[in-house]
Design a protein around this ligand. Structure first.
Ligand SMILES: [Zn+2]
Length: 419
């Protein structure tokens, strides 16, 4: 065995990795190839066991925390140093495909195995992390495991979570065998030296441009609100226009105010959307007495995003006063946008060049576990193309070549960061 990795090209075993991805896809609540794996359900538990078995077979030391986040460690020559980490999730929304999350977990494992087979000896330990419940299906909140690691979701807030049937997170996780105190899930800054997540793009650009990998410089994050407008109903014929308090007309003004605020930043990364509008009583000949809209504002820059929220808040005050309607706003969530770590991005770029892979920098438009890991460790993401940008559907697809390129670049990057 040689111990000089920079002169050797890592050769991921694509056949092994693809057969493991296909085997994992067979573990589903739905009829394969449709993948459904909701956290702590029977398929999620079998999938966890399968992946852990692969990690143990690779000689990794596996531990789990109280919410089921799983850590598979390849011990470095200096175990006192914080590890370099990679990983993603294996849970899947109903009727999903087999690449979202799983490429980052099994691809991360393959990146470790290929370094092992080259005879590489990392100074820092390299750790594969499998996060619990990146998808919000069961408890209505995404990135559960990484959120709790970063203490963005506190144990108290976690204890209040229920599924649609009213079963608590506590009941589900205990039944799944995760029984330690939830307070032990949060980790301190410094737990990881660096974290890098391999993931399919879930957008069309890399495939369209024929590029091998994308280096994610920022991860956008949403802030969403529920806005309820209470006006005054009445007969659409009987009540004349002067003095009306039409709740939907007020909502329409807010929708346009949000659109204009999002456009006015001048940044392509600012987006504002009203995706839900409910009208009461909802009859053709009745003035709307109540309207509910939801707003979703995303950006890679928190200050700019919060500026759009402030402009919307001032429109709420102005429209409410002018039209004589009462408007209640409720913040549903406001997650932190991420700026990725320049040192990891430099390592990713150097690795892509050394591997002969084409790449470009890009923004992640959907959030990921990396969004929350970035609160506790320098973080970046590595994207590979996915066909047509299709994701969260059974026909989601990434070719073995794309996956192989991602794993190749990831393995070089991990080696560099762990030295
Ligand atoms: Zn994902």
């Amino acid at each position: 065995m040689t111990t000089n990795p920079p002169q050797l090209a890592p050769r991921p075993s694509i056949d092994r990795l693809m057969s493991e991805l296909m085997a994992l896809a067979q573990i589903s609540e739905a009829e394969p190839p449709v993948v459904t794996r909701v956290v702590f359900g029977e398929a999620d538990m079998r999938a966890r066991a399968y992946v852990q078995g692969l990690c143990v077979a690779a000689g990794l030391m596996v531990t789990r925390d109280a919410i089921g986040n799983t850590f598979a460690r390849w011990q470095g020559s200096d175990p006192s140093l914080a590890p370099v980490a990679t990983g993603s999730h294996i849970d899947a929304i109903p009727n999903a495909g087999l690449y979202d999350g799983c490429v980052g977990v099994l691809g991360g494992l393959e990146a470790i195995r290929v370094l092992q087979q080259m005879g590489f000896k990392p100074r820092r330990s390299i750790e594969l992390v499998i996060f619990t419940a990146e998808e919000p299906t069961r408890f209505g909140i995404g990135c559960l495991g990484s959120r709790m690691m970063a203490n963005v979701l506190t144990p108290k807030q976690a204890l209040a979570l229920r599924d649609k049937e009213g079963r608590s997170l506590e009941e589900w996780r205990t039944q799944a065998g995760f029984t330690g105190p939830l307070e032990s899930v949060a980790v301190q800054t410094g737990r990881f030296h660096r974290f890098v997540e391999l993931h399919i793009e879930q957008g069309p650009y890399l495939a369209q441009e024929g590029l091998d990998v994308g280096l994610v410089t920022h991860i956008a994050a949403p802030a969403s609100q529920r806005i309820v407008i209470e006006g005054e109903g009445g007969h659409a014929g009987g009540k004349l226009m002067p003095g009306r308090k039409d709740a939907l007309a007020a909502a329409a003004e807010l929708i346009l105010a949000l659109e204009s605020a999002a456009k006015s930043t001048g940044a392509v990364d600012t987006v504002g959307t009203v995706g839900i509008c409910e009208v009461f009583p909802g009859a053709v000949n009745s003035i709307p007495s109540r309207a509910m809209i939801t707003t979703d504002v995303r950006d890679i820059d928190r200050v700019r995003r919060d500026g759009v929220l402030a402009a919307l808040a001032s429109a709420v005050r102005e429209v409410s006063a002018r039209r004589g309607v009462s408007i209640a706003t409720e913040l549903v969530n406001a997650d932190p946008p991420t700026t990725c770590d320049p040192a990891i991005l430099a390592a990713l770029e150097a690795s892509a060049i050394a591997a002969g892979k084409s790449c470009r920098k890009m923004v992640a438009r959907a959030y990921h576990d990396s969004s929350f890991v970035s609160c506790i460790a320098p973080t970046a993401m590595l994207f590979i193309p996915c066909r047509g940008g299709v994701s969260h559907r059974p026909d989601e697809y990434a070719s073995p070549e794309w996956i192989g390129s991602g794993v190749h670049v990831l393995s070089r990057t991990l080696a560099q960061l762990a030295q």
